[in-house]
Design a protein around this ligand. Structure first.
Ligand SMILES: [Mg+2]
Length: 240
C-alpha cells in the first residue's frame, strides 16, 4: 500500500460511476430514435440537431450562476437546452424537445455504471484506515438514488450532497465541512475527481491535494493554471 492521507474526499459522477461522459455518442443514438418527428432522415441532419443541442447545452452550463442553480434540476435544464437546440436547428417544437430531453435523461440513467475498480479501491482505502467522504453536487433525491443503486452508502464515513447541504463545489465551505466532519486537516486530505475546477483548483487552494481522475486520457485542460498533485487514469492506482 502506498503512503496514504488520513482522509480522502471522493466525487461521485464520472469518478466512482460513469454518468455523463462522452455525451456525443449517446445523443446521436437517442436522436436517431426521433428521426421521424425531427424530420432528420440522414446522418448529416442528425449530426446537425446534435450539434445544435450540444452547443446550446455548453452555452447554458458555461454561465456559473445558471449552472449552480440548474444542476439541482438537470432534467429541467436539459429540457431548456433541447428547446433552444431545436430552435437553433430551425425546428422549434417545445413539446417534442421535452420528449427528447426526458428520453435522454432516462437513457443516461439506465446507462450509469460503476467504474469496475470503484468498490475494490474504496474498500481497500477503508481497510487501510483512511477516512472517506463522498462529496457530490446535484439534487438530494437524484444523488441518493445513485448511492443506493451502486451500494455506496455504507462505504463512506460521510456523504455530502449539494442539494442537502445547501452549497456545492467549488464553494470552500463544502470541503471545509467535509473535513470538519471527518476531523481531519486539509493538509492530511486528498480530493479525488474528474472536474478540474471542483476537484483540483478549489480544494488545492484550501491545502488539500487535488488528485485529478482522467480515465479517458484527455490531459490537463489548456487553460488550466493550477497543476494537480497527481493524475490517475484508474481509481485502482490510488492503492497500488
Ligand atoms: Mg464528477
Amino acid at each position: 500500500m502506498p503512503v496514504l492521507p488520513r482522509a480522502i474526499l471522493f466525487d461521485l459522477d464520472d469518478t466512482l460511476i460513469r454518468a455523463y461522459a462522452q455525451p456525443d455518442e449517446a445523443w446521436t443514438r437517442l436522436l436517431q430514435m426521433f428521426a421521424d418527428p425531427l424530420g432528420a432522415h440522414d446522418a448529416a441532419s442528425i449530426e446537425g440537431v446534435r450539434r445544435a443541442i450540444m452547443d446550446e447545452a455548453r452555452a447554458f452550463w458555461s454561465e456559473a450562476k445558471t449552472a449552480a442553480k440548474w444542476r439541482l434540476d438537470i432534467p429541467g435544464a436539459r429540457r431548456l437546452s433541447v428547446r433552444r437546440g431545436l430552435a437553433r436547428f430551425g425546428r422549434p417544437d417545445d413539446a417534442l424537445a421535452d420528449r427528447i430531453a426526458d428520453a435522454f435523461t432516462e437513457l443516461r440513467r439506465q446507462e450509469y455504471r460503476l467504474y469496475p475498480d470503484a468498490h475494490a479501491t474504496v474498500d481497500a482505502l477503508r481497510d487501510a484506515g483512511v477516512k472517506l467522504a463522498l462529496v457530490t453536487n446535484g439534487a438530494g433525491a437524484t444523488q441518493r438514488d445513485k448511492i443506493k443503486r451502486f451500494d455506496l452508502a455504507h462505504r463512506f464515513d460521510h456523504i455530502q450532497i449539494e442539494g442537502e447541504f445547501g452549497q456545492g463545489k467549488p464553494e470552500p465551505a463544502v470541503y471545509r465541512h467535509a473535513l470538519e466532519t471527518l476531523g481531519v486537516a486539509a493538509s492530511d486530505a486528498w480530493m479525488v475527481g474528474d472536474n478540474y475546477e471542483w476537484e483540483v483548483v478549489a480544494p488545492q487552494k484550501l491545502g488539500l491535494c487535488g488528485i485529478w481522475y482522467d480515465p479517458l486520457g484527455m490531459g490537463i485542460p489548456a487553460h488550466a493554471t493550477a497543476r494537480p498533485s497527481r493524475i490517475i487514469r484508474r481509481l485502482g492506482e490510488l492503492v497500488e
